[in-house]
Design a protein around this ligand. Structure first.
Ligand SMILES: [Ca+2]
Length: 230
């Protein structure tokens, strides 16, 4: 009985194999063959390029205007920020023209950083040597949350290296130090270097900005510096 059953099972299995083999189309590739065939290398040129619809000149003009508008809105918010104040005094480690016989021109002096953004600037005296610093005083000491440095044309924005705050008792505290991740803002004539931090537990009366001249070679030009806090 067992032998008969085994034989019939064998026959059944064999017929299944035959049926499968007969149904198999000659062009069909077996699973093993697929697995052993290396995937074709898709080169960049083989990929059908998806060409986005070309923007019309009108659309491009509108996109440009929108970027300019975004910049205007951003600057307006900073300039009219009720929690921000402008420096009441400023001094710097160097001024363009320091080494000349007549000394630096007023148009390059740190005093130009006093007050609101006005197109009058401080320019340092080193393009790529050493460090320079700019120190700003503020009338109303505040628990600070942010410092904003306005660079003319972004000249020096990539070279900011350190931001320190002086508390009312005269102690200096570093709130940020490192390599600037900011680039020139091409939407407008000024680039705002903005650094936020945890609200200081002390009141801040002065800000010192240090610049590593070689990180962005060229003269560093600053128009104004805001201290934000309350
Ligand atoms: Ca100015």
């Amino acid at each position: 009985m067992k032998t008969v059953s085994r034989v019939s099972s064998l026959l059944l299995a064999l017929s299944c194999v035959l049926v499968v083999a007969c149904n198999k189309k000659p062009t069909e590739t077996s699973a093993e063959a697929v697995a052993s065939t290396p995937a074709p290398v898709v080169t960049a040129s083989a990929i059908e390029p998806v060409t986005p619809a070309e923007p019309t000149p009108e659309q491009m003009e509108m996109a440009k205007k929108k970027a300019l508008m975004d910049y205007a809105t951003m600057e307006d918010q900073y300039i009219n920020d009720s929690k921000a104040q402008w420096a009441s005094d400023a001094k710097a480690s160097s001024t363009f023209g320091d080494k000349s016989s007549s000394g630096p021109a007023t148009s390059n002096m740190a005093i130009n950083v006093k007050g609101a953004v006005d197109g009058k600037n401080w320019t340092n005296n080193q393009q790529d040597i050493g460090f320079d610093w700019l120190e700003l005083s503020y009338e109303k000491p505040v628990a600070a949350t942010e410092v904003r440095i306005v660079f003319q044309d972004g000249d020096g924005v990539e070279a900011v290296n350190k931001v320190e705050l002086q508390s009312t008792d005269g102690k200096w505290n570093t709130v940020w130090e490192g390599i600037s991740d900011q680039k020139r803002d091409k939407r407008g004539g000024r680039t705002w270097f903005v650094r936020s931090f945890e609200k200081t537990p002390y009141k801040v009366k002065a800000v010192k900005v240090t610049i590593a001249n070689n990180v962005q070679p060229g003269y560093k030009v600053i128009d104004a510096v805001q201290l934000v806090g309350e």
